[in-house]
Design a protein around this ligand. Structure first.
Ligand code: P5A
Length: 445
């Protein structure tokens, strides 16, 4: 993409309404525009990162054997009357009437709807296990929407629903989600710690939240510092191997890590003092096992191996897809702007032409642009006639991890400069070597 033809409405000034760094940087980098309290348009740069995050979520869900579908945003109230949640959900639910005066709602979550799909089509334990998920917009009329996409009213969620014959099988589905989430967050450059949590309006006793540590997080967290060093890395995972998946979950949940809702001061006090930490975290996901809470009242039954009709065991599992953009920025920025992890960056590399109009500089930029694209990478080429300082400031703000700077002086010696946004380190090399280096970095990420 050539910057002269792109739509990147960056702001020079800090927007007054933004209280936390991710909100400020998303507005300044031209990623989002607020349309109403807690409701945002996703401008091209923000939309690009959102799609990258979604793609990782899809890939990791499907790697775990989970099946994508798409349910609507609007739901009939009657389904929610069957589960009893229509009245329970309260003012967070946006209730709507259509022209026939039928009661509808904008879905805050989809347990009822997926249970309805299941009961219409599945009748036997032979069709299990089954996990269906979608990535769809939700609406929760939060009392205090704030911090930009972090606590929106309209927000994008990945929500998955598991159907199993008994509790043991359902807990394997729960564990599979835990591991697939750990992989998902790691690919985005995040450390998200599973913490025992409270279930709220979704229900059930088994639930974990995934928290990214950040001083601006909304949850208070208590943890053993050793938990922050755990990584999945690129180990091979067989998602059908119940024992292996459970073992990974045990590894990641053995150490103390809880939110204020489930904090146990006595257990906390048993951690060696130097490792005992209190901090704040951003909740980027939550998993639940709630048994037959929805299937029993809604009549979602199956025939088990003994020929008996039993209510199916269910769980639901959510990732805050749009919130993740805020969380990634909170975890990865400096005073000049965003620093995207390679896994989610909107463009792979910046090309900055220090002297547009100079034949050699223009030609070298075109060559680098073409070569990167040939390698399947997407560069953002700043071909505008602007001062070098302004170009660097824009690229630093929008946070592309790698920048190739091209100017007549370097080119006289056959060199361009490759700069890491994260470390600020620069190295001079030929244009071809810079392209090869960038390609190599992304091949490994
Ligand atoms: C699990 C999937 C559920 O709704 N039902 C379907 C279950 N869980 S949850 O914890 O309530 O939400 C899942 C994740 O969605 C994100 N989230 C939000 N993101 C932005 N703005 C909001 N107002 C908001 N509310 C929830 C969180 O990341 C949460 O973990």
């Amino acid at each position: 993409m050539r910057l002269s033809r792109y739509f990147l409405p960056v702001l020079k000034e800090n927007p007054a309404e933004a209280q936390i760094v991710s909100h400020r940087l998303m507005l300044r980098a031209g990623m989002i525009k607020q349309q109403a309290a807690g409701i945002y348009s996703w401008l091209p740069l923000g939309y690009k990162v959102l799609r990258r995050v979604e793609t990782i979520v899809h890939e990791e869900q499907q790697r775990a054997g989970h099946i994508p579908l798409l349910m609507p945003t609007l739901q009939p109230a009657d389904l929610w009357r069957e589960s009893g949640r229509y009245d329970d959900y309260g003012q967070e639910m946006l209730r709507i009437r259509d022209r026939q005066d039928r009661e509808m709602l904008y879905g805050p979550t989809n347990e009822e709807m997926i249970t309805d799909i299941f009961r219409s089509h599945v009748a036997s334990y032979r069709d299990l296990p089954l996990t269906l998920y979608h990535i769809q917009w939700k609406f929760r009329d939060e009392l205090r929407p704030r911090f930009g996409v972090m606590r929106g009213r309209e927000f994008l969620m990945k929500d998955g629903y598991t159907f199993d014959v008994d509790r043991e099988a359902a807990m394997h589905a729960y564990n599979r989600h835990m591991v697939s989430y750990l992989r998902t967050y790691e690919r985005m450059g995040l450390t998200a710690i599973p913490m025992r949590a409270a279930s709220g309006p979704i229900g059930g006793d088994d639930t974990h939240e995934f928290l990214v540590l950040a001083p601006t997080g909304e949850s208070e967290v208590f943890y053993d510092e050793a938990v922050t060093t755990l990584r999945l890395g690129n180990r091979q995972i067989d998602y059908d191997d119940r024992a292996a998946v459970a073992e990974i979950c045990a590894e990641f949940t053995r150490l103390y890590a809880r939110t204020d809702e489930t904090h146990d001061p006595a257990l906390f006090a048993a951690i060696p003092e130097t490792q005992r930490k209190v901090g704040r975290g951003i909740e980027v996901g939550q998993i639940f096992y709630f048994g037959t809470k929805y299937s029993a009242p809604m009549g979602a039954t199956i025939t088990n191996a003994a020929g008996e009709r039993v209510a199916v065991h269910m769980g639901s599992h959510g990732i805050g897809v749009s919130r993740l953009l805020g969380a990634i920025i909170e975890a990865s920025h400096d005073d000049r702007g965003i620093i995207w992890p390679e896994g989610v960056t909107p463009f792979h590399a910046a090309i900055v032409n220090l002297k547009p109009g100079d034949a050699a500089a223009d030609a070298a930029c075109e060559t680098i642009y073409g070569l990167l694209r040939e390698r399947g990478l997407e560069p953002l080429y700043d071909d505008r006639d602007a001062r070098a300082g302004e170009k660097f400031a824009t690229m630093d703000l929008i946070g592309l991890p790698w920048r190739i700077t091209v100017g007549p002086r370097g080119l006289a010696g056959g060199k361009v400069e490759l700069t890491s946004r994260r470390t600020g380190d620069s190295e001079e090399m030929s244009p071809e070597a810079a392209v090869a280096r960038v390609a190599e970095i992304y091949a490994g990420s």
